[in-house]
Design a binder for this molecule. Structure first.
Ligand code: SF4
Length: 423
């Protein structure tokens, strides 16, 4: 697969189809690419069979995500028209490179995000590099903007830094002007001739600040999340911000730069500039396993920071993620995870069975845990969460919970999702 310029059909606009199975940051990238292709003269379609150029941005977060990426490739390749060009990009392109070459033989190009402008003629490379990836949901008076790509950590189970490259923070001034432009645009319905009849007058535009780890914001440009938030709190305009996810280690004392992060978050909530909700991934309740994951905090530190945040902001909603079956995880390690989830209150639970991801440190670790044991441990935590939700809602059974349409705040890669079986 070699890079070459794609010829533009002479007399009619070329048609482009851009799709992703990835996360919020991947969707923001998709929307930026659609914008830039449209500026380059492409007509953007949502029908793969009418496109001259097809771009699939593939997720490589972990094993199940890669399987989904393969299915997406097969679907798009099956629908594409003759003489069209199919490009794969996204995190998987940098993580599963060799696997993709075997699994996706009909691709014309396989490039990381930064390589797209090199093979799509007329695409403005500078814009793709410097503009802030943004997703705008006008009807919901809501937007998501990427403040930093990738992260500053080296967690042993994760290949995101390999897939997305080194940490890249966008300048504070550019983030500020982008938020003001979006807020103004939505408010007066300027975007795409949108009429915002359904948006109450003066209701704040909710803007989520995206990043694989928003806590790492600014570390590569001599700035920090604290500085960014202070600037955005003082910004004119009717916007309310939300942080998607923070690595807990930014709350441990040794990482405070420009002020105490939890205090800045408190300020934002009390000033009604910040939604009292963000993701705080625990990953494991065993300090021994957290050490092997290179998470740089202990289970005790995590518990203390979660409790202190809740004391400072009683209405705070915390989401969390845990990995079960990390290499070497003993019954005792798992019990510590389960006990910590039992003790702490979360608004959302990401329950992930460990999978080896190419190029990660842990993929070479011994003492791999069997799929059966991982399945058992996943189901144990699903049942734990279901019981907590039943107690919170005064329900005697899962059936009653379902009949009252109370959802379980669980996301998982558990192929069985076996709550019923173990309750
Ligand atoms: S902080 Fe998150 S994205 Fe970064 S390496 Fe760790 S798990 Fe991966």
């Amino acid at each position: 697969m070699t890079a070459a310029m794609l010829d533009q059909p002479k007399n009619k606009s070329p048609v482009a189809y851009v799709v992703t199975n990835g996360c919020q940051t991947a969707r923001a990238d998709r929307d930026l690419l659609r914008d830039e292709l449209s500026k380059a003269g492409y007509f953007i379609t949502d029908k793969a069979d009418s496109a001259d150029l097809l771009v699939v941005s593939l997720c490589g977060f972990q094993g199940e995500a890669y399987n989904e990426s393969k299915r997406l490739y097969e679907k798009v390749n099956g629908e594409r028209k003759q003489n069209s060009k199919l490009i794969a990009t996204g995190c998987a392109a940098g993580i599963y490179t060799d696997v993709i070459k075997k699994d996706m033989p009909k691709l014309d190009y396989l490039v990381p995000w930064t390589g797209l402008a090199g093979i799509i003629g007329d695409l403005n490379a500078q814009n793709l590099e410097s503009k802030i990836p943004t997703s705008i949901f006008e009807e919901a008076n809501y937007a998501e903007i990427t403040v930093a790509r990738s992260c500053a950590s080296k967690c042993t189970f994760c290949a995101i830094p390999k897939g997305r490259g080194p940490l890249k923070s966008y300048p504070i001034e550019l983030i500020a002007s982008t938020i003001q432009e979006i807020t103004r645009g939505i408010a007066v319905g300027k975007i795409d001739g949108f009429s915002n009849g359904i948006v109450e007058e003066n209701s704040p535009t909710s803007v989520t600040l995206l990043g694989e780890d928003v806590g790492a914001y600014g570390r590569d440009i001599g700035s920090s999340l604290v500085k960014l938030l202070r600037t955005l709190y003082d910004l004119d305009g009717n916007h309310l911000m939300k942080i998607n996810v923070l690595n807990p280690w930014w709350f441990t004392t040794s990482h405070q730069r420009d002020g105490v992060l939890s205090d800045i978050i408190c300020d934002g909530v009390s000033q009604k500039r910040l939604v009292p909700y963000f993701g705080l991934p625990l990953q494991s309740g065993s300090s021994r396993i957290l050490g092997r994951m290179k998470r740089h905090y202990t289970a005790e530190e995590f518990e203390q920071m979660a409790l202190s945040l809740k004391r400072k902001i009683p209405e705070l909603g915390l989401g969390t993620d845990v990995i079960v079956g990390f290499p070497g995880e003993t019954e005792e390690d798992f019990k510590q995870t389960s006990d910590l989830l039992e003790r702490l209150q979360f608004a959302y639970y990401g329950l992930w069975g460990y999978t080896d991801v190419p190029g990660t440190e842990s993929s070479d670790f011994p003492e791999k845990i069997s799929m059966e044991v991982i399945q058992e441990r996943l189901e144990h935590l699903e049942a734990l969460v279901a019981r907590k939700v039943m107690v919170e809602n005064g329900c005697a059974s899962l059936r009653e919970l379902r009949s009252r349409k109370i959802p379980l705040p669980i996301v998982t890669n558990d192929p069985h999702v076996g709550v019923e079986a173990v309750l």
